[in-house]
Design a protein around this ligand. Structure first.
Ligand SMILES: Nc1ncnc2c1ncn2[C@@H]1O[C@H](COP(=O)(O)OP(=O)(O)O)[C@@H](O)[C@H]1O
Ligand SMILES: [Mg+2]
Length: 169
């Protein structure tokens, strides 16, 4: 903000304002340059570097599924807790290999199941698939007869399924 009193600004003040303006323009120009087409040798997965680039990056992101759908199950779902993974495939990005490579198992109501495996085996990815933080690229997950893919994202992710945080590592 620029405050002026009755006597206006001294030459010194003008210089300070001018130098601040130059600095500001240089900054804006630097941000805009990143909008120019990237060089061919730049990695495609490069993270956004500044605000303008970040806005463009978010603008290009795939829109996630509807939070709720008219066909969503009522509050009684899931009542039994029958869980089936059917040939589930998951990858974190289209250019990355499958992390879950056709995973199939059933967990019956009331059963308690532990998943063990070395670091990087895919244990956390099973939870990501279950809460649809990452969408499947193949197969399906069914809970009490409902394919999770056909249910609103918020209905799946909030309120109906719970985690006990310290157990998810
Ligand atoms: N956000 C992610 N982006 C890309 N790859 C990931 C991401 N999270 C996990 N991975 C990869 O997925 C594989 C499985 O990881 P993860 O499910 O975390 O295994 P675990 O929980 O069994 O240690 C690993 O190869 C890991 O590098
Ligand atoms: Mg993990």
């Amino acid at each position: 903000m620029l405050l002026l009193d009755d006597e206006g600004l001294s030459t010194n003040h003008y210089l300070i304002v001018f130098s601040n303006l130059v600095q500001l323009f240089a900054q804006v120009e630097q941000e805009m340059v990143s909008l120019l087409p990237t060089q061919s040798n730049m990695p495609l997965t490069r993270a956004p570097q500044n605000n303008v680039e970040r806005v463009q990056y978010y603008n290009d992101l795939e829109i996630e599924a509807d939070p709720t759908l008219p066909t969503d199950p009522g509050a009684e779902w899931p009542s039994k807790g029958q869980l089936s993974f059917e040939d589930v495939q998951l990858r974190y990005r289209p250019d990355l290999p499958l992390v879950l490579k056709g995973l199939t198992f059933d967990i019956n109501p009331g059963e308690k199941v532990g998943i063990i495996g070395r670091t990087g085996a895919g244990k956390s990815s099973i939870a990501q698939a279950l809460f649809r933080t990452v969408e499947l690229c193949g197969g399906r997950i069914v809970i009490d007869g409902r394919d999770l893919r056909g249910i609103g994202l918020d209905t799946v992710s909030y309120g109906r399924l719970e985690t006990i945080d310290r157990l998810l590592k």
